[in-house]
Design a protein around this ligand. Structure first.
Ligand code: ADP
Length: 157
């Protein structure tokens, strides 16, 4: 144990820990993929949320476990329903950048009551802002960063 006090641990989390050191690989599907494909990806990749990209590869939406469950309650065959009609879509996606602090991301997860946030890099395409997905931050990521700090394992920064 590092011997740091609670407030010290928290202020370290706030200032020093950045998303790029903790982000994990995003699991991405195309917007034409079916709900069936999305459910398979969720199990195969062992994640709770999938990020959906458009045909140019930029972030278009997010599908969560509950989005998929809701879609499965519908009358339509899930092989025939594309994820882009059930996803939460841009510009309503909460994102973060690789340089953001872990504390800021933790706050967003709480404020927006979501389980994961895509890590993105902004670019311009035909003068429009687009977002390339470069990672994923989840509640697990935050917990890991906190445990590292509290047990004094990490001097990454
Ligand atoms: P679940 O729905 O499985 O409980 P979440 O709590 O993460 O998972 O998702 C709740 C809702 O918020 C879903 O409709 C999902 O599409 C949406 N959502 C998830 N992540 C984000 C995000 N980063 N930005 C905006 N909306 C999101």
């Amino acid at each position: 144990y590092s011997g740091k006090s609670g407030p010290q641990l928290l202020s370290n989390l706030a200032r020093k820990k950045v998303v790029k050191d903790y982000k994990v690989l995003p699991v991405i599907i195309k917007e034409a993929s079916s709900v069936y494909d999305a459910v398979c990806a969720l199990f195969l990749e062992d994640v709770g949320t999938l990020y959906v990209v458009n045909n140019k590869g930029y972030l278009a939406g997010v599908v969560s476990r509950k989005d998929l469950l809701r879609a499965m309650l519908g009358k339509q065959k899930i092989e025939d329903v594309p994820v882009n009609i059930i996803m939460t879509r841009m510009p309503n996606i909460v994102t973060c950048s690789p340089e953001d602090s872990i504390f800021d991301v933790a706050k967003k997860l709480i404020d927006y009551q979501i389980d994961s946030i895509p890590v993105v890099k902004e670019a311009l395409d035909d003068d429009k802002s687009v977002f390339e997905v470069v990672g994923r931050v989840t509640k697990t990521t935050i917990t890991k960063a906190y445990v590292e700090l509290a047990s004094g394992q990490s001097e990454r920064s």
